[in-house]
Design a protein around this ligand. Sequence first.
Ligand SMILES: Nc1ncnc2c1ncn2[C@@H]1O[C@H](COP(=O)(O)OP(=O)(O)OP(=O)(O)O)[C@@H](O)[C@H]1O
Ligand SMILES: [Mg+2]
Length: 81
Amino acid sequence: MWESKRHAGATRVDVDLKKMKEAVILSVRDNGVGITQKQIENPRSMGLLGIKERRAYFRGDVTIRGAPKKGTTISLRMPLT
Ligand SMILES: Nc1ncnc2c1ncn2[C@@H]1O[C@H](COP(=O)(O)OP(=O)(O)OP(=O)(O)O)[C@@H](O)[C@H]1O
Ligand SMILES: [Mg+2]
């Protein structure tokens, strides 16, 4: 959430948490500058690496998408089984 202000310059963040039968899905969307593919893939992006490591631990899926000047969305899906 903090990243949305520090990096994104966002004025709005939407958080959505859904519990399905077999998974929990969390998505965080901001309306900031939009993360680039390079930033997503940068091995020095410690914050993102932390998310990716935890994803592995929970056997989840994470997708990060940025659209220039439109914002960034991160979605994660954690299986319950
Ligand atoms: N919501 C966002 N919108 C736009 N760019 C973002 C967003 N979140 C992260 N970024 C970009 O991706 C980079 C990597 O993010 P990450 O959280 O991994 O590292 P950091 O925030 O720079 O450092 P740390 O989290 O280790 O303090 C950031 O430096 C920033 O450029
Ligand atoms: Mg960070």
